[in-house]
Design a protein around this ligand. Sequence first.
Ligand SMILES: Nc1nc2c(ncn2[C@@H]2O[C@H](COP(=O)(O)OP(=O)(O)O)[C@@H](O)[C@H]2O)c(=O)[nH]1
Ligand SMILES: [Mg+2]
Length: 183
Amino acid sequence: MGLLDRLSGLLGLRKKEVHVLCLGLDNSGKTTIINKLKPSNAQSQDIVPTIGFSIEKFKSSSLSFTVFDMSGQGRYRNLWEHYYKEGQAIIFVIDSSDRLRMVVAKEELDTLLNHPDIKHRRIPILFFANKMDLRDAVTSVKVSQLLCLENIKDKPWHICASDAIKGEGLQEGVDWLQGYIVY
Ligand SMILES: Nc1nc2c(ncn2[C@@H]2O[C@H](COP(=O)(O)OP(=O)(O)O)[C@@H](O)[C@H]2O)c(=O)[nH]1
Ligand SMILES: [Mg+2]
């Protein structure tokens, strides 16, 4: 975080809410990650699961997270796509130990990147190569290759290896993201 950011934070100038979309396949670790990111002095952070399709919303004074599973509910896709418009940052979570579904994760990522509400925006994308603690996990470099991340040329992106249960790697990712969010 830059000095100016920190200063404006201290002075209470930065009150604007930031909408973060947290996406990925089910079971990749999204809910675990968001829970870890919430400040321990959790204020009014309501979890509002929407009936019928799984959308969770977490809110703090300045952050608003919208979390949804991109697979297993294809018929609800048009219901969650409208959240793309309000997103100012994307956190895309991958289960690094699930080689079999990595190809599905790539398909979902490609669909996301080609969506009209995402395609032409310089929205920053933070990738968490999650579950790094598991024996079957591939490295974040390998995840990045499997998802062809080097093809993303028009958006700032960054990949971090993470262990959401221990909370490792999360802060590094969020520090990166903060510098790229356009307020
Ligand atoms: N070993 C390990 N398990 C994880 C990690 N992150 C999440 N999990 C577990 O993976 C399962 C799915 O996590 P969850 O956050 O519900 O995934 P979501 O469906 O993407 O929201 C849960 O049993 C978590 O405890 C991790 O970094 N390492
Ligand atoms: Mg979840």
